[in-house]
Design a protein around this ligand. Structure first.
Ligand SMILES: [Zn+2]
Length: 282
């Protein structure tokens, strides 16, 4: 799980790769005849003209944790106005030009100890995203394709695409790739803080598979077939060659989240090249 705050590399990567979805709205600069001269105004103008995505916002996990701890979700004000208890809400997303915050379907690694639990938690988090949309259908919509993103932008809605943060949600069942794709998931982070059935984590010294597992190779093939992007962030360095070869990626990115000091070289463009190589078109 990571911060709710929008992280610039994710935004930039997503904007670059979603450029084909750029809205056809009027150009503020064109209407004015020239670009605004001060940088903040230019930035706000640009943010309203392009389609901006954030690859990862942990709202669903926080809602679920709150419901489990308090018996209910304190407030849905993020969906209906400007939230007083959350870092994300509809009004501020619109004001900042954020069109498509990917809802993170975060599955903690500890659930891997209990068969079926990871899948169940992922389904519960997706249920919550659907609940957000049901509660404010004029403001939010689940996006399953670039076409959806453009349509939602034109309608003044904030798109809520989804990504699974920890593919342990697939358990040891290849059919669950198609299950989660059918529910709207469009990327999956292969692992998180522990080795899982798919590959090794950069946070785990166990080196269970010494890279990608045989099941992991099948999972990547299934993700490619259904059109689900592959996020390589916390996988181990030894998992990367197998992942790249299964994805058909020639050049390998470094791994910005690996804890080993020699690998602390953030290269979001390269990660995005792997993560979004198989960007679904529909
Ligand atoms: Zn997260």
């Amino acid at each position: 799980m990571t911060s709710l705050r929008i992280r610039l590399p994710h935004v930039l990567a997503a904007v670059a790769l979603l450029a084909g979805c750029r809205a056809g709205g009027p150009s503020t600069a064109g209407e004015a005849g020239r670009e605004p001269t001060d940088l903040p105004t230019r930035a706000r103008s640009l943010a309203q003209r392009v389609l901006i995505a954030d690859g990862h916002i942990d709202l669903p996990h926080r809602l679920l944790a709150e419901r489990e701890a308090l018996g209910a979700i304190r407030s849905w004000d993020f969906a209906t106005g400007t939230s007083t208890v959350r870092d994300f809400d509809y009004e501020r997303a619109r004001a900042g030009g954020l069109n498509a915050p990917f809802m993170s379907i975060y599955v903690p690694s500890e659930h891997q100890k209990t068969p079926g639990k990871s899948k169940a938690v992922a389904d519960e988090l997706i249920d919550l995203v659907e609940e957000i949309v049901r509660g404010a259908p004029s403001r939010f919509a689940i996006a399953r394709s670039p076409r959806d993103l453009a349509a939602h932008q034109a309608d003044g809605k904030v798109s809520l695409p989804m990504g699974i943060e920890n593919a342990s949600a697939f358990e040891d069942n290849l059919a669950l790739v198609a299950h989660f794709h059918a529910r709207g998931v469009r990327y999956a982070t292969l692992t998180h803080s522990k080795d899982n059935e798919i590959c090794d984590s950069s946070y785990d010294e166990t080196a269970t598979w010494k890279g990608l597992s045989p099941f992991g190779r099948e999972v990547i093939g299934a993700m490619n077939r259904v059109g689900m992007m592959i996020d390589v962030r916390p996988i181990s360095r030894s998992s990367l060659p197998g992942t790249c070869s299964e994805c058909g990626v020639r050049s390998r990115p470094s791994l910005p989240r690996t804890p080993r000091s020699e690998a602390q070289r953030p290269m979001p463009k390269m990660v995005a090249r792997v993560a979004l190589k198989r960007m679904p078109t529909e």
